[in-house]
Design a protein around this ligand. Sequence first.
Ligand SMILES: [Zn+2]
Length: 260
Amino acid sequence: MLDRVYVFPGVIEMNVQARRRLGVNIYLIDGGSEYVLIDVGFLDDLTDVLEMIRQMNFRLSDCKMVIASHADADHVQALSRAREILKCKVAAHPKSVHPLETGDEIATYARIDAQNILIPIQPCKVDITLEEGQLLKVGDKTLEVWSTPGHTEGQLSFRMGDLLFSGDNIFRDGCVGVIDAHHGSNIVDYIKSLKRIQACDAKWLLPSHGPIFRKDNALIEATIQRLESYLHMSDFGTCAIDWPLLDNWEDELTRGVLPS
Ligand SMILES: [Zn+2]
């Protein structure tokens, strides 16, 4: 048997529980009579994760659903297998349904040929879609569904009292989830999502990578400023909205300015 390590009342995070890194964060929301999992991570870790759940004296059959915080392979590689073993529903944002159900290797970031990265992903049926503002009952707990696009179109966050399960929106060091056109990143949306998180009165952010941390509006502000600069930088390719250097150059060309 394993003593349950609650990071907050009704919340277990499996890396904290295991006291080692499992890959992504895996949250178990314990509603007493039932529970849900937010993300299940890599297939290689699934056996250990399920064994820990059993050892903590949860019944696998009490798992109400597994939620995909978004459709990136590192968060959902084990989703299809978990659905089979737990015999529970899988839930995701409507924009995550297509990549999850088709096992799209590009949109799920499972395959980066140039870096020889391949995270084989099994297509997974999505039983329930979660929309902005929906209230999700988990036994005696209630999660409020937030749509927070930016990193991906289907990125979800969940509000539960003082806690915000904040997905890949922002991490303790102010970094954000990867910005990549191939999996639907949108910097304008990203900034809106960060501003929403900044404006809310949650006290804690429970991200999908790295440690849980106290919400710090100065940290979020610095991140917003950084992303605002990205909007005008070629570094972010088609995720940027413009590149002022080209406008300047056009002006210089028409004026016949030579290198000086
Ligand atoms: Zn991630």
